[in-house]
Design a protein around this ligand. Sequence first.
Ligand SMILES: [Zn+2]
Ligand SMILES: [Zn+2]
Length: 313
Amino acid sequence: MRALTYQGPFRVRVEDKPDPKLEHPQDVILRVTRTAICGSDLHLMHGLVPDTRVGHTFGHEFTGVVEERGSEVTQLQKGDRVVVPFNISCGICFYCERGLTALCENSNPSSDVACGVYGYSHTTGGYDGGQAEYVRVPFADVGPLKIPDDMEDEEVLFLGDILPTGYMGAEMGEIKGGETVVFMPNRTIPGAAADLEFSSRPGVPMETAPQPLAGARAPIRWQLSGVRVFKHAGRARLPPVYGTAQPPRRLSGLLRRAAYGIPDHRARHWMLLLVADRVDVWEHRLARGLPWVLPAMGVLVVSRGVWRKWARA
Ligand SMILES: [Zn+2]
Ligand SMILES: [Zn+2]
């Protein structure tokens, strides 16, 4: 199948990869019909998420059709159209049972960092994402939602992340109307929050007026039914994401393991990012070259022997 893969910082490429297979009776394999690019994909592409391995498929927002079904999957049938949330949840752990599925303990070996996430590095479990022709969906009875027959895939695609994340932000902010709200940064998720939380109210005019906000660069002021929303167009500093213990895998794996032992968060982050992840890139470049390099070296060694034998004779 074709898939969009990471090739090192600032480099992604569509390449051929083996089709995903059922790895567990609770898996399904989806044929991807729609996929979105999230603002969060830029952090991956910029090499800012530790333990993003070369060849990893991006994409955590997608819809698809069930092609194959594991023997323990009961809620989905072959041919069902589904939209899949970006976080992977088991449905039965302490957190999942309390509805806190984004804190699932069973979908990521590094569950103290995050639950499993599609296409979002090995820090979140190493699950290949949906910017591909096919994707493996674990715990298929828990996350995926069937798409109603009268709805198009495009209409529900953003339920995978952008829309509910924005909604959750608005809900957590306990916005009721009449407040002044600052969105930082001005990206899709705050936009989704604004659209969801306010514009759906009948008779709400939505207009923008350039009105500078002290301390903010190029803010846009949104006037929404008495709710003043400021969208900050500047860059926000992102908190670093940390990985935890992964099995050693070649030199980059050993370096990662060493990095996880560094107590200082910032030093650990940079060790992962600047050393381990860069070594990972070079290891893969080398591995791609080896099929040609080794036979070439063999030919050289043999021809040198033949030449010496000929010279002696
Ligand atoms: Zn996203
Ligand atoms: Zn769980």
